[in-house]
Write a protein that binds this ligand. Structure first.
Ligand code: AHR
Length: 524
């Protein structure tokens, strides 16, 4: 009897006993069989911790409310920045934070956000909801936030509606130590020491909201702006050119050809929209298995997407000097009913933890070329780590996926080959399992695995070539329902638990991943 016949027999037996179809499904949950070969004695590429970066934009309640409540707020804060949010983010060891946008970056004039707060100009955020931006969270506040959570700042410069002079002066204001008009202004505004600004983006989505440019026109602009982004003593800037909209490989081609030698990184933006239709993307919480399947299939496309852009970059930059920076990625659903559609507020379920796990495994595996990635966005917007409602806060399933994957930060990627069974839905197939493995500086091996199948466990026989598994430990993130999520009243509905469904074998170990789960294993 093959697996399908076996499942059918159980199903028929269950029906005859009067068990409901959901229970019958459970009873029929035969694990799929999969193999993973890990080359424990190899590995030459580091998984940059910056792949675990995040993104915060002046959009909806990400910065305002999510991070910034102001010094006079009854919500406990340090210099206006929420303490609960800082404490939660510290546990993720956020390596790098991109700001102030997004589309907002190309309408942002940094001088609006420095000096006494009560004198800062109010502007209309024409990109996001037409709300008034009071500029209370500006450069000083952002850099204070980065210090509080221990993240490196990544500034997105305004190319769309700004000037070369404005961007040049921003960098001088922040990073110059010697006396000059700009650095003296910084001192007058309360900061004596220059900051270190390791990453600067020259524009954002310059093909769209960042100026509707052609790649040729943007390439010339990149050259011009980049020329005046100076490295002041003690600060070296990694320059990131505005990159392609998902599958637009021509953008990458033109940029690499014309200005590849002038940049350190080229960005790439990719969002997963379950329906593929931007007018009706689908609900974050009320979804069918078809939507679960489509969402994960969309997330898996990241692999082919990176491969495609990498192939072009390899032709112009065979030594992989230029990093591919996936500085916006994540799922994009319909805004929560009752919320301002311009604020992009969405709930976050177990499905999103799977999307995060699958995507992070892909990014790890491409770490020879991918040097940074920034999930969109940090708080209250799109695939957020954290949701807030006034004084209340909860972390999301995506937060926990990031927390479980911290073991890969700056570890060495171990080459691996995965043979996965199919998760079949409506005659379409995606792999059941996603995986990546790394060795940390202490010699411990970590393997992160996802079972994309919401109905069946997955058995993975893991061969550890060139190594031996002596001791194993693990954690799992799963829940009874595909749409399980945390709320302000039930903040612990989805969170990691201890995991022991594994055994050591002659060649490595075998593990049984529960249906719809993310698992991290430590192998000693
Ligand atoms: O993350 C939301 C928006 O998506 C960003 O502002 C923009 O860069 C992208 O289109």
């Amino acid at each position: 009897m093959n697996v399908k016949q076996f499942r059918l027999a159980i199903y028929v037996a269950a029906l005859s006993l009067g068990i409901s179809s959901a229970r019958a499904n459970e009873a029929a949950a035969v694990p799929t069989t999969n193999t993973l070969v890990i080359h424990a004695d190899q590995g030459s590429n580091t998984i940059s911790r910056n792949i675990y970066g995040q993104f915060s934009e002046h959009l909806g309640r990400c910065v305002s409310e999510g991070i910034w409540v102001g010094e006079d707020s009854p919500i406990p804060n340090t210099r206006g920045i929420r303490n609960d949010v800082v404490a939660a983010l510290k546990k993720l060891q956020v390596p790098v934070l991109r700001w102030p946008g997004g589309c907002f970056a190309d309408q942002y004039h940094w001088m609006d956000g420095v000096g006494p707060r009560d004198q800062r100009p109010k502007r209309i955020n024409t990109t996001w909801g037409g709300v008034v931006e009071d500029n209370h969270f500006g450069s000083h506040e952002f850099l204070d936030f980065c210090d509080q959570i221990g993240a490196a700042p990544y500034l997105s410069g305004n190319v769309g509606s700004g000037t070369v002079e404005e961007l040049a002066e921003w960098i001088e204001y922040l990073t110059a130590a010697t006396n000059s008009v700009m650095s003296d202004m910084r001192r007058k505004n309360g900061r004596a020491e220059p900051w270190k600004i390791p990453f600067v983006g020259v524009g954002n989505e310059s093909w769209g909201c960042g100026g509707s440019m052609t790649p040729e026109f943007y390439a010339d602009n990149f050259r011009r702006y980049n020329e005046f982004v100076k490295n002041y003593p003690g600060n070296k800037i990694y320059r990131i050119a505005s990159g392609a909209n998902s599958w637009d490989t021509n953008w990458t081609e033109v940029l690499m050809k014309k200005v590849g030698d002038g940049m350190n990184g080229l960005s790439l933006h990719y969002y997963t929209v379950p329906s593929g239709n931007w007018s009706h993307k689908g609900s974050a919480t009320q979804f069918t298995e078809a939507e679960w399947f489509n969402t994960l299939r969309g997330a898996l496309d990241m692999d082919a997407l990176i491969a495609r852009h990498t192939a072009i970059m390899d032709r112009y930059d065979p030594k992989q000097r230029v990093g591919l920076m996936v500085d916006e990625w994540g799922v994009w659903y319909d805004a929560e009913p009752g919320s301002n559609p311009g604020f992009l507020y969405q709930q976050n379920t177990l499905r999103d933890a799977l999307v995060a796990g699958v995507t992070l495994n892909i990014l790890n595996r491409h770490c020879d070329r991918v040097k940074m990635a920034n999930i969109a966005q940090m708080i209250n917007v799109l695939q957020a780590m954290i949701l807030t409602d006034k004084e209340k806060m909860t972390v999301t399933p995506t937060y926990w996926a990031f927390e479980m994957f911290t073991v890969h930060h700056d570890a060495t990627l171990l080459p691996s080959e995965l043979q996965s069974a199919d998760y079949e839905f409506n005659s379409q197939k995606i792999p059941d399992v996603s995986a990546s493995a790394s060795r940390d500086p202490a010699g411990k091996i970590h393997v992160t695995l996802c079972n994309l199948n919401p109905n069946q466990p997955a058995e993975v026989a893991c061969e550890l070539q060139g190594g031996k598994a002596q001791k194993l430990s693990g954690r799992v993130l799963t829940a009874p329902a595909m749409n399980a999520h945390n709320t302000f009243d039930q903040p612990d509905a989805v969170k990691p638990a201890g995991f022991s469904a594994f055994k050591i074998t002659g060649s490595g170990f075998a593990v049984t991943l529960p249906a719809k789960s993310v698992v991290v294993l430590e192998v000693e």
